[in-house]
Ligand binder design. Structure first.
Ligand code: PMP
Length: 406
């Protein structure tokens, strides 16, 4: 049974006030809040067994290594992966996507086309653009439709016209919340012998993702949007692919032997993890997934979908706001503008009433350009949010709308 009151107690921050009002935290797409279990797992590490991992002969190093590598195994299993060599731990989705672009660069040739969703976060656009001048490849956007979905049929036409070597798309767009047809895009990439690269940053917090079943070449995500700490995330990729690709960064841990006559590299996954890893936050990341498991994540996401639907339906029925997109499958986000008002003014006034939302371009400037907007106000729901909070938000929004009209 999903007990919302109990779940909210697990998140100390949810009971604080902002400007004398109860906090309504609707900025989950930027980062989620953290339950006590995650905070405690990190302080336990520093309190009891803080030490560097790998190669240590002393007890603390052994304990830290076991916890770090145990966390990797658990993180992989959550995403349907049993081979820890296919789980690269790094700073988050941004670093994961940069790693992919930089390591597959050697497999691309002059004139190749990289298809990138028009609604991508900048983290899934800019690393590809950086290859353009270096390699003579070309980034071509996959068009978005008015509902906010990436158009698979247009992508098929682009594949028929160009030598497409990479298809890079978001599983869920962060500015709109559209759940894209990832299976369709991955199949299209496979048919064209192109790499499929999926940015799962906004999907992983809201649904169980089995990366093995998806059969994407690369899947990137960040822990901090899934109740875990910031500065840690994962890249999942097939072993044979990772074995073929060169390491990206050089340093400790990623080597087998170093000599001025030639250096050899470590096995997977460490070949892609140069330097001291983020041990504490990897432990916190794993604790976050264990927490999600403990609360019945599927029930939690079902509750979240109901709250999100209530929010979206209420917003669509208001003639004072314009909602961005209207995708068939819509996850967590409601991006909107109050008619005649600037998003920053709306967000700032909502904050005065205790409501935390994000305003601006949401690191998705091409999305804003397509819809002809400078930015939006974005409310985004997590499983710990309630229908009552949506009501508080709607009341506050109506007040703000009236204030801005005068
Ligand atoms: N992709 C998407 C869709 C995102 O929403 C974000 C975070 N806003 C990122 C990538 C980047 O993730 P991170 O900041 O954790 O590297």
């Amino acid at each position: 049974m999903f007990d919302l009151a109990q779940i909210r107690n697990d998140f100390p921050i949810l009971s604080r006030e902002v400007h004398g009002q109860p906090l309504v935290y609707f900025d989950n797409a930027a980062t989620s809040q953290k339950p006590t279990a995650v905070i405690k797992s990190i302080s336990d590490y520093y309190d009891s067994y803080n030490s560097n991992v790998h190669r240590g002969v002393h007890t603390l190093s052994g304990e830290a290594t076991d916890a770090y590598e145990g966390a990797r195994g658990q993180i992989g299993r959550w995403f349907g992966i049993t081979d820890p060599g296919e789980v690269i731990l790094l700073r988050g989705a941004t670093e994961a996507l940069n790693l992919v672009a930089n390591t597959i660069a050697g497999e691309l040739k002059h004139g190749d086309v990289i298809l990138v969703g028009e609604t991508e976060h900048h983290a899934n656009i800019v690393p590809w653009q950086q290859l353009e001048s270096r390699l003579g490849v070309r980034v071509v956007p996959i068009p978005v439709d008015r509902t906010g979905m990436l158009d698979l049929e247009s992508a098929k036409m682009l594949c028929a016209k160009h030598p497409v070597a990479v298809i890079a798309i978001g599983h869920v767009s962060n500015a709109i919340g559209a759940l894209n047809d990832v299976e369709g895009f991955i199949a299209l990439a496979n048919e064209n012998k192109a790499f499929s690269v999926i940015d799962g940053a906004q999907a992983a917090p809201h649904m169980l993702v089995n990366v093995k079943n998806l059969q994407a070449d690369f899947y990137a995500m960040s822990a901090h949007k899934c109740c875990g700490p910031t500065g840690i995330g994962a890249l999942f990729a097939r072993r044979e692919l990772l074995e073929r690709l060169p390491p990206w960064q050089g340093g400790g841990d990623m080597i087998d032997r170093v000599s001025f006559s030639g250096t050899t590299y470590n096995e997977l996954p460490w070949k892609f993890e140069a330097g001291t890893p983020n041990i504490a936050d990897t432990i916190g990341f794993s604790a976050a997934l264990q927490y999600l498991e403990s609360i019945d994540f599927v029930a939690a996401t079902a509750h979240e979908s109901q709250v999100h639907k209530y929010l979206v339906d209420s917003m669509l029925s208001r003639n004072t706001v314009d909602v961005l997109g209207n995708p068939e499958q819509w996850v967590s986000v409601c991006s909107f503008n109050v008619k005649g008002s600037h998003p920053t003014d709306v967000g700032t006034l909502l904050d005065q009433l205790g409501i935390a939302v994000r305003t601006g371009h949401h690191c998705a400037m091409p999305t804003m350009e397509y819809f002809g907007l400078p930015g939006t106000v974005r409310a985004s729901i997590a499983f710990y949010n309630s229908v009552e909070e949506v009501d508080l938000f709607l009341d506050a929004l109506d007040r703000v709308t009236r204030m801005l009209a005068h």
